[in-house]
Design a protein around this ligand. Structure first.
Ligand SMILES: Nc1ncnc2c1ncn2[C@@H]1O[C@H](COP(=O)(O)OP(=O)(O)O)[C@@H](O)[C@H]1O
Ligand SMILES: [Mg+2]
Length: 389
């Protein structure tokens, strides 16, 4: 276990370098900065990971997550900046001397070896005593619930079991830092859920610092002590899952975190009426909460054009409010997802339906929705930044 510090880390892939073949066509340097030196895959990356913290890097494909992780692992050269593991500057330390272990999306097990041999391999290479190897392998197998499969070959295992072996192989080495790059992406939805829970358990049983990469916001939200949201090579926001969910710094983070996605009203206005800040949206004027008022007054915010964001679960149906036409309504057990249009905006609402007549919420029906101002997020239309951050 150790802290990990990334100071102003930057990664440039030289233009001349042969591009890594990518199966995923979307993994192109779409909006990455390109300089004379090459493609800037990661820049201005500053992060301090505490000892034993679980930090998740999350963002869409191609935003620089794997590149960052691979720089920490030592598999990718760092173009600029400083990387510390504990107090040690490790920019130029070989991967095997960094005391880290990495788990990949493709389990990368040795097919001709048994589970036991796969897990024992790195310790054998280090010429550790046999009884120590045996103890560590059995301990890891116990933690991961794969003791019964130790004699099997990988091909006789399910995807979830194989990934457990890959994790086992990493943890037998007691690494200071455990790096994981989309370890659950090859699993089906049910197994992914189960493995997510297993990772939470694993985390409480081993004393290691975790740096975990995923494009899946649910994984990020459930696993991370803190999450780092990335886009186009830049960090957008760092915070606990709650912080990022409740106070997204900009439109990108607001739209990326949360399912179903936050609703955005593109044509809203921030107004000052009789000294009070109000939001005008779709012909309706809503006075903001005390807290929002105070913050806006303090920063002397002038009237401005905004994008108003509100999460689907924060919309309420009311007698009078913004008229919305239901296009599709989905029953999801104890709640309904209503997909609606209101003026020129598409709006999704999640409505609890326990003990409620749901016939009135069918497609084609018109309802009224209400905005609780305290739950509204205000973004500058120009920059996309959250006004109240
Ligand atoms: N070896 C490489 N050479 C050139 N460009 C690369 C290389 N590896 C990755 N890239 C580019 O760098 C960007 C970030 O890639 P990556 O870190 O793999 O993103 P992510 O893991 O977030 O999907 C992508 O645009 C990708 O195409
Ligand atoms: Mg990746």
């Amino acid at each position: 276990m150790a802290s990990v510090t990334l100071k102003n880390i930057r990664k440039i892939y030289p233009n001349t370098e042969k591009r890594k073949k990518s199966k995923d066509a979307s993994e192109r340097p779409a909006n990455l900065q390109i300089t004379d030196e090459g493609v800037v895959a990661v820049q201005e990356f500053n992060l301090e990971i505490a000892d034993r913290e679980f930090v998740v890097l999350v963002g869409p494909s191609g935003c620089g997550k794997s590149t960052t992780l691979r720089m920490v692992a030592g598999l990718e050269e760092i173009s600029a900046g400083e990387l510390y593991i504990g107090d040690r500057l490790v920019n130029d330390v070989a991967p095997k001397n960094r005391d880290i272990a990495m788990v990949f999306q493709s389990y990368a097990l040795y097919p001709h070896m048994t589970v036991y041999e796969n897990m024992a391999f790195s310790l054998k290479m280090q010429k550790r005593p046999k009884n120590e190897i045996d103890r560590k392998v059995r301990e890891a197998a116990e933690i991961l619930g794969i003791t019964d499969y130790l004699r099997r070959k990988p091909k006789a295992l399910s995807g979830g079991q194989r990934q457990r072996v890959a994790i086992g192989r990493a943890i037998v080495r007691d690494p200071q830092v455990l790096l994981m790059d989309e370890p659950l992406s090859n699993l089906d939805a049910k197994m992914r859920n189960q493995m997510r829970a297993e990772l939470i358990k694993l985390r409480s049983r081993i004393n290691t610092t975790f740096l975990y990469v995923t494009h899946d916001q649910t994984e990020a939200m459930t696993l991370g002590d803190r999450i780092v949201v990335m886009r186009d090579g830049f960090i957008q926001q760092i915070g606990t899952p709650q912080e990022v969910f409740r106070h997204p710094k900009n439109l990108f983070v607001a739209g990326f975190i949360g399912v179903p996605q936050m609703n955005f009203f593109e044509n809203a206005e921030l107004k000052i009426i009789n000294g009070s800040y109000c939001v005008q949206v779709l012909g309706r004027t809503v006075t903001l909460s005390r807290e929002q008022q105070d913050a806006l007054h303090q920063m002397k915010q002038p009237e401005t054009q905004i994008v108003l964001g509100i999460r689907p679960e924060h919309l309420r149906l009311t007698q009078d409010g913004i008229a919305a036409q239901i296009e599709v309504s989905e029953r999801m057990g104890s709640e309904m997802h209503l997909h609606m249009t209101a003026g020129d905006s598409r709006v999704t609402a999640v409505i609890p339906t326990t003990g409620m007549e749901t016939e009135i919420l069918g497609g084609g029906k018109t309802v009224c929705i209400d905005l609780d101002p305290a739950l509204c997020h205000l973004f500058y239309r120009e920059s996309g930044e959250n006004i109240l951050q």
